[in-house]
Design a protein. Structure first.
Length: 134
């Protein structure tokens, strides 16, 4: 998906999909936060081979990588004082030809104490961000 093709997710409601096999892409979703609070994004998959969960926000005309989780269980939790749109990218490395199913869940974690960075240090290089326009 490109940014213009991203699918909107409702906070607290899972969305379901399948990884893109050897296409070397992923599925892009966005959620709009209407109040400053914590954000939790989780990705459950039946096959984690080559999968990464990435979280972006807009920075002018580009997407800025905020957090990455490349090791299951895939989860990103961060505090934000910004009312803005976040993009969750369920990416699958083409060398794994992964076509397994997944569920993605985005939650507002309210007043819960969270850190600005994910608790897991990324173990692989993130893919390039999704294109802003087709």
């Amino acid at each position: 998906n490109t940014v213009s093709q991203a699918n909107r997710v409702c906070l607290g409601i899972p969305v379901y999909g399948t990884h893109d096999g050897n296409a070397g892409t992923g599925d892009l979703f966005y959620a709009q936060l209407h109040s400053a609070a914590g954000l939790q994004v989780s990705l459950d998959t039946t096959d984690a081979a080559g999968v990464q969960l990435l979280l972006y926000r807009t920075n002018g005309d580009t997407l800025e990588l905020v957090a990455q989780d490349a090791v299951p269980p895939f989860e990103i939790v961060l505090a934000t004082n910004q009312i803005e749109t976040y993009y969750a990218y369920a990416y699958s490395d083409p060398s794994y030809s992964n076509t397994a199913s997944y569920s993605l869940l985005v939650n507002n974690v309210g007043g819960r104490a969270v850190s600005e960075t994910p608790s897991l240090t990324p173990t692989s290089t993130p893919p390039p961000p999704p294109a802003r326009q087709p």
